[in-house]
Design a protein around this ligand. Structure first.
Ligand code: TRP
Ligand code: ZN
Length: 887
């Protein structure tokens, strides 16, 4: 690992390019074993960077066979006119203000297992260029601040590749000799090369239309492999909803006559926003009620929206450099969150988003790979498509909106587009637009900017004092931001604190701060900007219970000395749905951590009866909002509980959570059964929020009944598994069966595989269920499944299901004997040679190894060092492993 460690790239070293590329004319000659790419570049000196005399032109390129370089009409000679190394092609002194350069390269998509650049998936050609994949197609200035207009000709054998697509409009097509044909595409919008896309294959499509607000008729198409046409309707529906929503909520209209989506089975991420030719992982397109769960349907809706929204936030306005990634990702995630909240239930969506933030981003922020929303340096940019850049980035956008209000936020957004349409910009430019559009808002924007610069999850210690005689309530907030790698000392951040004071009758008290003339609303937003800050509310008739950070108004960890009774009170009465849920979680965390401590001290674990009563009260209200109730009845995850401990007691957490689940199931068996029955569907299957809520609550009830291990519950679960119409009910039942020791366990798993062996996405669920089963044999079973005919280490979805699923199974992955760690190290080493991006995603599961006990630490360290000493370690894996072992 020490020999020539890869170098880091720094934000402070950014320099504008000396040459710009205005036009790109690409020709792809697709042939088995050797594809030829001819690229004609229209170059111009960058007026934004005045330089004198000849300037070197440095083009990026990787794994390319260079066939020729022609400048104007002169064929250049290697060594004298240009030099080539493993990563660049350099023309040392390029003269004049304009130049035209033709480069011919040869590539082999068939052997591209990294799924970056041009590659093949089930026999079809497709591309993935973000972040730096275009350099694996041709030599180019592979950086987002070089924006060009593209013309692309794709030529291939007609029989095997009847569909030939690229960005923009189809402008010409024709036949070639030897049964070949070609199409030509022109994209009128200048774009960075990471948005380039090409697809060639035997695909079928469904088609629809959308008329934009100004009357443009857009043809919408979704391309899939033959046989999947009947699984595209939901994605198409989601696309139309997204287009409409972006017009209404953000005033953004689509800007071309076609919008194409192609779904491919081999894809490293969820989907990609290539201009007018989005390429998707099949997971986020294909859905039919019998093959996809409610979670899948909702995931499709949000990812289709996310990629569509990128057309403005990412494509029309793009990033100056990759340090600005959250400029497009944080903003676009926030936009897709808003969209899904509008399409479904806003509080439920908010809770799910916060669950995800806590599960993945808080974990990242507390470990060796913690980084700011706008990182300062990276070794491999692919490693920075992280929960911090995406989800914490989205929280930053939400805070702008909370601080400015909906109208002020929209003014800022409008100004941002007005100023920067067609440009490659920075998060500072975005902040400036928000600030300048709202001159009357007194926010210290320099301080707010720290959200981009400082890593780590702020901890807010809060306390309140009620003075009965003075009728005042004083709230004190104290913020600390933990040290993170490279950032030992932090400055206080500025954040919106949405809050209310709940009176004894359960209603919000009108809020009046000392010095204010009149009382305001019962919920309001204060600004925290000091390390320690106090506010006093006056005219407070009785001791209130504070409801803080309503709607999770800032991405922080709150510590307030609530009593169990106060939390139970908030669970029942808080007018803010998020905090009703949060109170229940906080109470459950307290109880579970007490149980863990009891177990560690050799005492029996006990469940306080008051907690079971509170659960009973939630159950009694469950039908008011079933999706919400299902979330309110779900205990905090083992990961979230682990975050509350200095040394994570994996087995203790699991044992406590299981015992509490069992106690809830036993205490409320009759009610749970009644809830289950009441939620059973009548009428045809649908995916309306109401129907989704019924299934969620029903399955939550079933899970508690199954936790008791009772024969009735097992019979009910088996019946659901055998008779359910939709995949949601089937998969939950199968998951519960797989987690049990029922006699039917293996036969159910076998029958499922038999039934669904032809559906790759359904088989992913089958792999994942087994990887996540809390069974003593899991690591053996998962190892055996690596040789299952339906598994392939080359397919990212399969790896995420089986290997990723296993790392999400704390008890088995963190087994004290190190067997889980050894298994993961073997997979990472195998993947490193095939697909570094996927390898790197998997190796991140080791990141918090120092938070476990000595025995586990020793085993994890052995595994990490074994990976570190692997020959030809990719930059991707190297960066994560090196950080994990540091310090
Ligand atoms: N920009 C994509 C998104 O919508 C992310 C993405 C897709 C990606 N494929 C990728 C990032 C490959 C890195 C590598 O969020
Ligand atoms: Zn995105």
């Amino acid at each position: 690992m020490d020999k020539g460690s890869p170098k880091a790239i720094h934000l402070k070293d950014y320099a504008a390019p000396a040459w710009r590329i205005d036009t790109v004319d690409l020709h792809f000659d697709l042939r088995d074993g050797a594809t030829t790419v001819t690229s004609r570049l229209g170059l111009r000196r960058n007026p934004a960077r005045p330089t004198q005399g000849p300037q070197p032109l440095v083009l990026d390129g990787q794994d390319l066979a260079l066939l020729s370089v022609t400048l104007g009409n002169r064929t250049l000679t290697a060594g004298t006119d240009y030099t080539v190394d493993a990563e660049t092609l350099t023309l040392p002194g390029l003269d004049g203000t304009e130049a035209s350069l033709e480069i011919v390269t040869r590539i082999t998509p068939e052997t591209n297992t990294a799924l970056e650049g041009l590659y093949k998936s089930s026999g079809n050609y497709c591309t993935q260029c973000e972040a730096e994949g275009f350099r694996k197609i041709t030599y180019f200035q592979d950086r987002p601040d070089v924006m060009a207009k593209y013309t692309v000709t794709v030529e291939a054998e007609r029989a095997r590749y009847p569909v030939l697509l690229s960005n923009g409009n189809l402008v010409d097509q024709g036949e070639s000799p030897d049964g070949r044909h070609w199409t030509r595409w022109q994209d009128p919008w200048p774009k960075p090369c990471y948005l380039f896309a090409l697809v060639a294959g035997d695909l079928r499509h469904i088609e629809d239309r959308f008329r934009t607000c100004s009357g443009r008729d857009v043809t919408l198409r979704i391309y899939v492999e033959p046989g999947n046409e009947d699984k595209c309707a939901h994605a198409m529906d989601s696309l139309k909803k997204s287009m409409k929503w972006d017009e209404e909520a953000y005033g953004r209209e689509y800007d071309l006559d076609v919008f194409n989506i192609v779904a491919v089975g081999d894809f490293n991420m969820g989907a990609m926003e290539n201009k007018s030719l989005n390429i998707f992982n099949t997971k986020y397109i294909l859905a039919r009620p019998d093959t996809a769960t409610d979670t899948d349907f909702l995931g499709i809706e949000s990812v289709v929206a996310h990629e569509y929204f990128h057309n403005w936030t990412g494509n029309r306005v793009t990033c100056r450099d990759w340090f600005q990634l959250s400029l497009k990702e944080g903003l676009t995630v926030f936009r897709d969150q808003q969209f899904s909240a509008d399409m479904n239930s806003a509080p439920v969506k908010r809770i799910q988003d916060v669950q995800r933030l806590r599960q993945v981003q808080f974990t990242e922020d507390a470990g060796p790979t913690a980084h700011p929303v706008r990182p300062e340096s990276y070794i491999e940019i692919n490693n920075f498509y992280t929960p911090t850049v995406y989800e914490k980035g989205a929280e930053v956008l939400r805070m702008y909106r909370t601080l400015l209000g909906a109208a002020g936020y929209r003014k800022g957004i409008d100004l941002y587009f007005q100023r920067h349409d067609g440009q490659a910009v920075t998060t500072d430019d975005f902040l400036a637009a928000m600030r300048d559009a709202n001159p009357d808002v007194a926010v210290d924007w320099e301080q707010f900017r720290l959200w981009y610069a400082q890593a780590g999850t702020p901890v807010i210690d809060a306390d309140g004092q009620y003075d009965a005689a003075a009728r005042t309530y004083t709230l004190t907030l104290h913020q600390t931001i933990p040290a993170t790698p490279g950032q030992p000392v932090k400055q206080p951040m500025l954040m919106p604190v949405a809050l209310g004071l709940v009176g004894t009758d359960g209603r919000d008290l009108p809020l009046r701060l000392q010095g204010e003339a009149a009382a305001g609303e019962g919920s309001r937003v204060l600004v925290l900007n000091q390390a320690r800050q106090s506010v006093t509310f006056v005219d407070v008739p009785t001791a209130p219970v504070p409801s803080l950070f309503r709607g999770f108004s800032a991405p922080i960890r709150l510590r307030f000395p609530y009593s169990d009774a106060q939390l139970t009170f908030l669970m029942a009465h808080d007018s803010d749905a998020f905090n009703r849920w949060e109170a229940g979680q906080t109470l459950a965390v307290k109880i579970l951590l007490d149980m863990v401590a009891d177990r560690a001290a050799g005492r029996p674990m006990t469940v306080p009866p008051a907690f079971l009563e509170a659960v009973g009260a939630t159950l009694a209200r469950a039908h008011d909002d079933r999706s919400f109730a299902s979330l309110a009845l779900t205990l905090p995850s083992e990961t979230y509980l682990g975050q509350q401990m200095d040394v994570i007691d994996v087995d203790g957490i699991h044992a406590a959570r299981e015992q509490l689940r069992q106690a809830i199931g036993s205490a409320h068996a009759d009610t749970l059964r009644a809830v289950y029955d009441a939620c059973r569907e009548h009428g045809p299957f649908s995916i309306t929020p109401d129907a989704i809520g019924r299934r969620a609550l029903k399955n939550t009830a079933l899970a508690y009944l199954m936790a008791t291990g009772g024969a009735d519950a097992q019979a009910l679960c088996l019946q659901q598994y055998r008779t359910a119409a939709g995949m949601t009910d089937v998969i939950i039942a199968l998951m519960l069966i797989a987690d049990s020791d029922m006699a039917e366990r293996q036969s159910c798993l076998d029958a499922f595989a038999e039934r669904w062996q032809g559906e790759a996405l359904v088989m992913d669920k089958w792999f994942m269920i087994q990887a996540m089963a809390g069974h003593p044999e899991t690591v053996k079973r998962v190892t055996a499944l690596l040789s299952h005919p339906g598994f392939s280490i080359r397919n990212p979805n399969k790896v995420y299901a089986l290997v990723g699923g296993f790392t999400g199974n704390p008890v088995c992955f963190h087994a004290a004997d190190g067997s889980g760690y050894a298994f993961l190290a073997d997979r990472v080493i195998e993947l490193n040679a095939l697909n570094p991006q996927v390898a790197s995603r998997m190796v991140k599961a080791f990141a918090r190894w120092r938070n476990y006990d000595g025995e586990r630490q020793a085993a994890a360290k052995v595994a990490l060092e074994r990976i570190a000493h692997t020959p030809d370690l990719s930059r991707d894996v190297y960066e994560i492993v090196a950080r994990s072992l540091e310090g």
